[in-house]
Design a protein around this ligand. Structure first.
Ligand code: GAP
Length: 458
């Protein structure tokens, strides 16, 4: 299907209709930019996270997982630099009271010709004043000056509101990996180079959230920090650039829908940084990041915690603070890209059309739908459902014509439909329909189990 025909509206509507993603707190009128995953969506997202973990922990000889607390000692954020500088340049429209990001205003106004990453705050202000860049919401030009707005959500622990009790919802999972560097190294006896991975929630009070689950205030990250010796960092940086792309290709992303984007303006700690962008319906946008963070994070934690963060090389007896290559990808951002990549509308023979989600079988919510041809075959069908459900996620549907049931499964991307008919009662065989080719083959239930188990391997 032509990529341009995949619109965000189509994706959002399908998600709501088929139990993939609903607006958050909907019965109370919703809460802007929060989303709840439904029965199908939670499976797909869990499968995405599992696939990532498999590739970057299970199959990586020297990577280990952690699940650190979301609420961390506030000093962590002083050390990481988030308290001082995790901010975006914001402007408030005095007319309609909306808040906008100055960098986005410039990028949109110049149609991408001016890169705001290369401008200082004063230069951004000058551009906006000179070009009288208007508010995208009300069309007026009446702004407050640019101010930096810290994106961390702040709360307080305990019963009093004193400033010493201030804590933050973590804005990235990465720091949970850095503060556990010594613990993991000691308990696993890992030798540098090795990795620490984590999947978990992060929170950012984004100035301009939106585009469905592309940019939200609560989201999940899948992050992997690779600790290596200075001097080998360039090689590992290239390795993770490639691995991150290979992972997407293995999930079924087309090469032409992905591209690397090297950063022009580097964070103060970074030696190199690049995104992999995906061709979303909103245009080319960041899907994940790969950063060479040098020894910044561990050095800062050493300075702020007073704990020596060095690694003693058992072969050379040399003590040093490792460099870090970070690979970071949003689980929800990848979910959105997966939905957009899988979406297809097809014309069928006889003038019928179908929407079909071509998820990789490893990612699909249900691997098999069990469909009795008639309701009086329900008992046998339920028996087969139970047999299959011991191996993978299965769904059951006996409502409506078989054609309609196939369409429903196509829309949620179920790769295989197993139909139970009268021959099933006679000889135990079922028909297995392939979502993409719509071809059907007859086989035993045992054969279905081994066939599907093979296909869901990533
Ligand atoms: N530890 C590095 C870090 O957090 P980042 O580029 O700010 O780097 C990494 O975020 C990834 O997290 C992004 O590439 C994106 O996939 C995801 N992400 C970041 N902000 C997000 C948001 N507000 N909503 C959804 N996903 C987000």
């Amino acid at each position: 299907m032509d990529k341009k025909a995949v619109t965000m509206d189509k994706i959002v509507n399908l998600c709501k209709l088929r139990g993939i993603i609903y607006p958050g707190s909907e019965i109370y009128g919703g809460m802007g930019n929060t989303w709840d995953y439904g029965p199908v969506g939670v499976e797909v997202k869990n499968n995405i996270k599992r696939a990532w973990w498999k590739k970057f922990v299970q199959e990586s000889e020297n990577s280990f997982g952690v699940d650190a607390a979301i609420l961390m000692n506030a000093r962590v954020w002083d050390a990481s630099g988030h308290t001082a500088s995790f901010s975006d340049p914001k402007m408030d429209c005095k007319e309609c009271k909306t808040r906008q990001r100055a960098d986005n205003l410039i990028e949109n106004h110049s149609k991408g010709k001016v890169n705001p990453d290369k401008l200082t705050q004063e230069e951004m202000q000058a551009y906006i004043d000179e070009h009288k860049v208007a508010c995208p919401n009300c069309g007026k030009f009446n702004w407050t000056p640019i101010r930096n707005f810290n994106l961390m959500f702040q709360t307080s622990r305990g019963v009093t509101d004193e400033s010493t009790n201030v804590i933050y919802l973590r804005p990235e999972t990465a720091q949970g990996e850095f503060v556990n560097f010594l613990n993991v190294q000691r308990t696993t006896r890992a030798k540098v180079p090795f990795g620490i991975a984590q999947v978990g929630k992060a929170f950012r009070n984004e100035i301009t959230p939106g585009n469905f689950i592309f940019r939200t205030i609560e989201f999940e990250q899948m992050e992997h920090q690779w600790f290596c010796k200075e001097g080998t960092d360039g090689e590992w940086y290239e390795y993770y650039k490639k691995s991150a792309k290979d992972f997407l290709l293995a999930l079924g992303f087309k090469e032409e829908h992905l591209r690397y984007h090297d950063h022009d303006k580097l964070a103060h700690y970074a030696k190199a940084a690049c995104d992999i962008q995906y061709l979303f319906p909103i245009g080319w946008s960041e899907l994940n990041g790969i950063h060479n963070r040098t020894d910044y994070d561990l050095s800062r934690h050493q300075e702020y915690s007073g704990k020596a963060m060095g690694y003693l090389d058992p072969f050379t007896n040399e003590r040093y603070i490792p460099y870090v290559i970070e690979y970071s990808i949003g689980a929800d951002r990848l979910m959105l890209a997966t939905l957009c990549e899988a979406y297809d509308e097809q014309e069928l023979e006889g003038g019928d059309t179908r929407v079909v989600m071509h998820f990789h079988p490893a990612i699909a919510a249900y691997k098999v739908a069990v469909l009795p041809l008639q309701k009086n075959l329900g008992e046998k069908a339920k028996e087969i459902y139970k047999q299959l459900a011991k191996y993978f996620m299965v769904t059951y549907d006996e409502a409506g014509s078989i054609g309609k049931r196939y369409r429903r499964q196509d829309e949620i991307g179920t790769p295989y439909c197993v139909t139970i008919d009268f021959d099933t009662l006679e000889n135990g065989t079922v028909t297995l329909r392939d979502r993409d080719t719509m071809e059907q083959v007859r086989m035993s239930v045992e054969e279905v189990i081994s066939y599907v188990n093979e296909k869901i391997l990533l």
